[in-house]
Design a protein. Structure first.
Length: 306
């Protein structure tokens, strides 16, 4: 490794202390990073006791330091936590981690080597080792318009389900998006990020929003050698009905931002949303199907007004 050996790590969290502790321990046991200065920023939408923080600080290895920011009620929301991190981070290389991930022991060393290998990259991401998808599942994602054959491409409806191919890749590849559970950016590439009305609360799709803004300034890379496990803890997430609704509406907003709503793109998003509604209705997931139906109705109304 060469250059300035510095890294900021931002963990946006809300009342998932057991998950957060596992994540931090996986950072503390990183190997092959001698000489690397690491600042860890915990950005909290919840309530963390000082005694808990003191206990964690007592475990920090040499070369790492821990900062903590408890947000005010009016600052709530994941996208606002991400934006806070871009201003508060001391170093240019900024890694976002979900609080429910555990890193492989060489994750940070591989991350820095990837930036060295791709000096023009504005973003680098890794692969969740727990994510697997059957052939039937991959076909359903293709049929429903959620995926593409290329692992780094968003679907025509704006979905990022091509991630189901990431575990099958042997080499690094260029991508249009990074996965929010682990995405590392050059902080300068996020200089244009700002809050948007449609990203609130759980902020579904905020990783695609950040990826879009960063991608305007250079390429982004996914390296399959960057390995972690994302547990996908359900705690502190929005209700299923709201998640389903925002999955439709937020992808509509993302399409407007990235490509504009062409008739083809609109038709593909409507098809994807209708497929998800039918899928959840058949499985009798009433809250989810209700959310998708509400999103479809609003989608139709928005297109009529435009």
């Amino acid at each position: 490794m060469s250059g300035s050996l510095t890294l900021s790590i931002a963990i946006c969290t809300r009342n998932r202390h057991e998950d957060l502790r596992k994540c931090l321990k996986s950072i503390f046991r990183q190997q092959g990073i001698a000489g690397l200065a690491v600042e860890i920023l915990i950005i909290d939408d919840g309530d963390t006791q000082e005694s808990w923080l003191q206990e964690v600080r007592s475990e920090i290895p040499s070369g790492m330091e821990l900062g903590y920011h408890r947000k005010k009620r009016e600052e709530a929301g994941l996208i606002k936590s991400r934006i806070y991190a871009t201003h508060a981070a001391r170093y240019e290389t900024l890694l976002f981690l979900d609080d429910d991930v555990e890193l492989e022991a060489d994750y940070l060393a591989v991350l820095l080597r990837t930036f060295e290998r791709y000096p023009d990259a504005v973003g680098v991401g890794g692969v969740d080792q727990s994510f697997s998808c059957s052939l039937k599942g991959r076909l359903l994602m293709l049929v429903s318009g959620r995926s593409r054959f290329a692992p780094g491409k968003l679907s025509y409806s704006g979905f990022a389900s091509a991630m189901n191919l990431w575990n099958r890749q042997k080499r690094s590849f260029r991508t249009e998006f990074l996965h929010g559970c682990n995405m590392c950016f050059r902080k300068s590439a996020l200089r244009d990020v700002e809050p948007v009305e449609w990203l609130n609360g759980y902020s579904l799709g905020e990783d695609l929003y950040l990826s879009y803004l960063a991608g305007l300034h250079g390429p982004m890379i996914v390296n399959p050698e960057l390995k972690l496990v994302h547990y996908g803890s359900p705690a502190s997430r929005d209700k299923e009905e709201q998640v389903a609704y925002t999955k439709v509406i937020n992808h509509y907003e993302l399409l407007k931002l990235r490509t504009g709503i062409t008739p083809f793109r609109y038709a593909m998003l409507l098809w994807t949303a209708s497929f998800l509604y039918a899928e959840t209705a058949l499985k009798r997931r009433k809250e989810a199907s209700s959310g998708y139906l509400r999103g479809i109705r609003e989608l139709r109304g928005a297109q009529t007004r435009s």
